[in-house]
Design a protein around this ligand. Structure first.
Ligand SMILES: Nc1nc2c(c(=O)[nH]1)N[C@H]1C(S)=C(S)[C@@H](COP(=O)(O)OP(=O)(O)OC[C@H]3O[C@@H](n4cnc5c(=O)[nH]c(N)nc54)[C@H](O)[C@@H]3O)O[C@H]1N2
Ligand SMILES: Nc1nc2c(c(=O)[nH]1)N[C@H]1C(S)=C(S)[C@@H](COP(=O)(O)OP(=O)(O)OC[C@H]3O[C@@H](n4cnc5c(=O)[nH]c(N)nc54)[C@H](O)[C@@H]3O)O[C@H]1N2
Ligand code: SF4
Ligand SMILES: [Mo]
Length: 745
């Protein structure tokens, strides 16, 4: 019998490529790339091809569970929600709202949960949202808040129109991070008129195809970028016009780049000065763009490097310019603007950490739980992320989470975090729910896809948003809803819209609980709280969204939301919902004067400290840890922790320690043998892989492994080797610079 073919999308990374999935007997049996998906255009990678391993595996959860002794017992939804709500109320009643944290609202494929989870947290009076965003982008987004005016205004390269693409710490051939990345990177590299420049210490898959590879010494990007800026200024390659009209504050920072010994700096980076000068010239004088990623974000001077990059872009006039870096349009901004200088924005009680884009850094939460502060964290609600594998210092996490009065995890699988929890709530997967993401990956078009359920849940799993809703309801966070609103939901969207408006005018609490109200009423009629949230979101879309939608052919005005909603539902492959005006790129900059603000006083000391002698001393490795560990690598055999069943990697060396042949000779180690890696956080054993693609003095372990599946541990958990205190001023872990040693087992 032939199965049914469904158009859907991949939930394993931020590209969410279109997939055509064949479902037979409620199982995914075949996967092909979807050519009709406007964003991925028939591209997918081996992860998407293997999506069935994510959907169907032995760790999937079916029923609510409660920890009794050291075992889980199945309980009813009623009992679970009842008990959790009672405990939450009592903890918050006794210790205040600061005792509660919500870890969620991130993720690669399912963003609708966030609308509900954030409301639940806010309803309980807390601001503590923790997620993965704040262990990678915090520094960069914080800088955007200052330079671009809002933390969620992050720019990316206009890849289709650029002539020179300069990349730092990004391995797009494996990690993607832009649509159809391998196709785009190969196109640039093969075009004789275009240049792909890769700054990466290793011979990464992307470095291999680069036209110019700068094999930078790990951790020295700040020296390199500062040198590039000073070379450009010295040569007079800067764009005076742009600096004068589009930026402010440059005069206050210019002096930091004058009299800077670029030649000596480049030497510390172990790069060739003439080559660096050529790269600076290409970037400054051609139609150029740039992209940087975890090699910078999770490296030394992460926030400062983001700042330096905005300065580099600005002196060359490459920001908000065609073929340069542009700020893509969005259906929904990815996070909110939370300026830590605003007294209403919370700081954590123990580490004094602040949120960026609404997210607190998950690498401080251990200290926030383990502290003696009276308002310390006591209750944590986790959804859609797996701290026990994903964030720094698993050992510290275990200790901290075991101290909690209440740990609740809503999950699709029995993860390491779920296993430690008091209650585990079964969630539907991205293929059992209506769900989608808001990653702004295209330009000038704005793309959106709402995936529909294509697999029937085989237990009592609920949409994640509905789980949050049940909790909010039991906690009394949802105002009373009139019967007429429930009824209108079954009549028509127009009748419902009218009834909702009337209700919102009489019920002051309605606005703040909107996702819950929509979920309880329209969600019931539609059979999905997520779908109801999408409808609601489109009804209240801001003016800028209407303008973008009009450019894509929709009719602005009161019917626009309904028109787009219907089209989204009618097109499972996704649609263009809008188009930004490339002529008005600068309008995206939201600083007071509309100019890029290059003056960030908080970073000037660090900027000054980037000079040869100090950096040289800081880079010396301690004798007990002579090697640099790159703790985490985003390669084709992992998808963060979204693949639990190792069978999809059968026959591959998926999790190894990569080491350069010369280092292995000195240590007398052989390819394939087990080695022990030790850092300040602990030790892990792992198989050694000797490879020319590694760099001398630099070893690499991918993240996301060390999970136990069917009783067997597969690979090493790299976060046993990362200390949560090895982080910067934004709480971002320095996973790309972990001092370590390697020995034979
Ligand atoms: N296959 C796969 N793809 C993924 C994911 C996955 O788990 N698997 N996860 C997704 C997610 S959530 C993310 S955030 C992205 C991350 O995507 P990337 O940031 O591309 O991932 P990394 O593997 O960390 O690659 C960063 C590169 O930085 C280099 N690097 C290390 N140290 C330094 C340094 O000091 N300076 C410089 N200039 N470079 C350095 C590394 O050698 C590496 O090639 O990947 C996404 N895509
Ligand atoms: N040392 C080191 N650690 C790293 C990295 C590194 O480079 N080095 N990379 C980091 C990066 S960039 C990232 S983004 C993080 C990612 O780490 P996390 O934020 O933990 O995200 P995922 O690994 O994607 O885990 C998602 C979890 O959500 C669950 N899930 C999936 N879909 C649903 C759903 O619909 N509902 C619910 N309730 N649950 C669902 C999955 O089962 C999984 O357990 O990992 C980080 N960890
Ligand atoms: S993992 Fe990312 S690049 Fe690969 S198919 Fe899925 S969405 Fe596309
Ligand atoms: Mo990430």
């Amino acid at each position: 019998m032939m199965g049914t073919i469904h158009k859907t999308g991949c939930v394993l990374c931020a590209q969410n490529c279109g997939l055509e999935v064949e479902v037979e007997n409620n199982r995914i049996v075949k996967v092909k790339p979807d050519k009709s998906n406007a964003r991925s255009e028939g591209y997918f990678c081996r992860k998407g091809m293997n999506i069935a391993y994510h959907q169907h595996n032995a760790d999937r959860l079916k029923y609510p569970l409660k920890k009794v002794g050291d075992k889980f017992e199945r309980i009813s939804w009623d009992q679970a929600i009842d008990e959790i709500a009672t405990k939450l109320k009592s903890i918050i009643g006794q210790y205040g709202p600061r005792s509660f944290a919500y870890m969620g609202g991130g993720g690669q494929g399912c963003h609708f949960e966030a609308a509900f989870g954030v409301r639940l947290m806010r309803g309980l009076g807390s601001q503590y949202q923790y997620n993965a965003l704040a262990q990678e982008f915090a520094g960069a987004f914080w800088v955007c808040g200052r330079t671009h005016g809002k933390q969620y205004l992050h720019d990316g390269p206009d890849v289709h129109n650029t002539d020179v693409l300069l990349t730092f710490g990004w391995n797009g051939m494996q990690s993607h991070q832009i649509p159809q990345a391998p196709r785009q990177l190969q196109r640039l590299s093969k075009d004789p008129d275009k240049v792909l420049i890769v700054v990466d210490p290793r011979l990464s898959e992307t470095a291999k195809i680069a036209n110019i590879h700068l094999p930078i010494r790990p951790g020295t990007d700040a020296l390199l970028i500062k040198a590039m800026i000073s070379i450009i200024l010295k040569e007079g390659w800067e764009n005076q016009d742009y600096l004068a009209n589009r930026t402010s504050g440059f005069d206050q920072v210019k002096s930091y780049f004058e009299n800077f010994d670029a030649r000596a700096a480049v030497k510390i980076c172990e790069l060739d000065f003439d080559q660096v000068r050529e790269v600076a010239r290409l970037y400054a004088t051609r139609k150029s763009s740039l992209r940087y990623d975890l090699g910078i974000f999770m490296g030394r001077h992460s926030g400062l490097n983001s700042y330096l990059i905005v300065i580099l872009q600005s002196i060359c006039g490459r920001l908000c310019m065609p073929g340069g870096n542009i700020i893509p349009g969005h259906m929904m901004p990815l996070g909110s603007h939370t300026d830590e200088r605003d007294p209403k924005v919370w700081r954590t009680v123990t580490t004094n950490s602040f949120p960026v884009c609404g997210a607190f850094p998950p690498n401080v939460i251990q200290e926030e739980i383990l502290s003696d502060h009276p308002e310390r964290l006591r209750a944590v609600f986790v959804t859609g992320l797996n701290p026990l594998r994903s964030y720094a210092d698993t050992t510290a996490y275990e200790k901290a989470f075991q101290r909690l009065d209440l740990l609740v995890t809503a999950e699709i699988a029995m993860t390491e975090t779920a296993a430690l929890s008091h209650y585990v709530l079964p969630s539907r997967t991205g293929y059992e729910s209506w769900d989608g993401t808001f990653f702004p990956m295209t330009y000038p078009g704005i793309y959106f896809q709402m995936r529909r359920p294509i697999i029937e849940p085989d237990g009592e799993q609920l949409e994640q948003g509905e789980i949050d809703l049940l909790l909010a309801d039991k906690l009394g966070l949802i105002p009373p809803i009139p019967e007429s609103l429930y009824q209108a939901a079954y009549e028509s969207h127009a009748a419902f819209a009218k009834a909702l408006m009337e209700y919102a005018m009489t019920e002051p609490k309605a606005l703040k609980s909107m996702p819950f109200i929509l979920g309880k009423t329209l969600g019931k009629a539609m059979g999905s709280v997520h779908l109801a949230a999408l409808w609601g979101m489109l009804q209240v879309a801001p003016k800028s969204f209407h303008e973008n939608a009009a450019r894509a052919g929709y009719t602005p005005g009161p019917t626009l939301g309904e028109e787009i909603f219907q089209k989204i539902v009618d097109h499972p492959e996704g649609i263009w919902v809008g188009k930004v005006d490339p002529e008005k790129s600068f309008a995206e900059i939201k600083t007071k004067d509309g100019k890029i603000d290059l003056y960030i006083p908080e970073l000037l000391d660090e900027l000054k400290s980037i000079e040869v002698t100090r950096e040289e001393a800081a880079l010396v490795m301690p004798p007990q840890f002579p090697l640099i560990l790159m703790a985490g690598r985003h390669i084709s055999t992992n998808a963060n922790t979204l693949m639990r069943d190792p069978a999809w990697n059968e026959g591959k060396r998926a999790c190894t320690l990569a080491m350069h042949p010369e280092d292995s000779q000195v240590l007398n180690l052989k390819d394939g043998q087990q080695v022990k890696v030790t850092t300040e956080a602990g030790s892990e054993e792992i198989e050694l892989e000797i490879t020319e693609t590694a760099r001398k003095g630099h070893v690499v372990i991918p993240h996301g492994f060390g999970m136990v599946y069917n009783g067997v541990k597969y690979g090493a958990n790299v976060n046993r080797l990362t200390k949560n205190t090895h982080r910067d001023q934004f709480g971002t872990p320095m996973h790309r610079f972990v001092p370590c040693r390697v020995e034979a087992v």
